[in-house]
Design a binder for this molecule. Structure first.
Ligand SMILES: C[S@@+](CC[C@H](N)C(=O)[O-])C[C@H]1O[C@@H](n2cnc3c(N)ncnc32)[C@H](O)[C@@H]1O
Length: 204
């Protein structure tokens, strides 16, 4: 039997991304923390794909979560990076918009036919209010107010990490649910070394 490699030790508890994400959850107006995150991923853009390609089951949580999600007409993937999860989203949903703040990440993307790629900031997504049936992210930056703004009533958010709490940007699912606001339902599970959490927005 083939041996499954273990998850990488990213020192997530003391990782700068964890500290910046924590600061943003407490104060979404912390511009220094937003900039810190932006700059750290800018520095990693060149090697991102070669590093993610080496990881076992990197996108498995997205694939598993999508199996549980309701059929969606279209989806937005936020913090897509080089598109490591985008093929999985495009296999499950007819129309996909994948976005990231970092143009270099997008320039170095995995090609996925039919996907619309966009540079966009999770602080202010260029999307109308309450119109998105499904938002997906793998190892993304969690900005609850903007996600809650764009998801349509009864729509869903699939939030995934590749290494559970070993992921630098990890936020506990229950905390995410509280931050999204009242009435969101939640279910979740594990896949590969990671975790998927599917949130369903309240129906109006
Ligand atoms: C941990 S990486 C995840 C990338 C990809 N989803 C993956 O799992 O390989 C986090 C991503 O968030 C992006 N990011 C950081 N700040 C952002 C912001 N304010 N708006 C949108 N994307 C941002 C970074 O450029 C980076 O690509």
């Amino acid at each position: 039997m083939e041996e499954i490699p273990g998850p990488p030790d990213l020192k997530a508890d003391v990782h700068p991304s964890r500290r910046f994400q924590e600061r943003l959850l407490r104060n979404p107006e912390d511009h220094e923390a937003w900039l810190g995150l932006q700059l750290s991923y800018e520095r990693m853009a060149g090697e991102w794909r070669s590093w993610t390609d080496e990881q076992y089951g990197y996108d498995l949580p997205v694939r598993e979560g999508l199996r549980r999600a309701r059929p969606a007409r279209w989806a937005v993937e936020i913090c897509c990076g080089t598109g490591e999860a985008t093929a999985a989203v495009a296999e499950a949903v007819p129309t996909v918009v994948a976005c990231d703040l970092n143009p270099e990440m997008i320039r170095r993307r995995v090609e996925v036919p039919g996907v619309c790629w966009m540079v966009a900031d999770v602080r202010a997504l260029p999307l109308a209010t309450a119109r998105v049936p499904l938002v997906v992210s793998l190892n993304g930056v969690f900005n609850p107010s903007e996600i809650a703004r764009v998801v349509e009533p009864g729509g869903q958010l699939l939030w995934c990490t590749s290494f559970r709490s070993g992921t630098p940007l990890y936020v506990l699912p229950d905390r995410m649910r509280r931050l999204l606001g009242s009435g969101w339902a939640v279910e979740g599970g594990h896949a590969g070394h990671g975790e998927w959490t599917l949130f369903t927005a309240p129906d109006m």
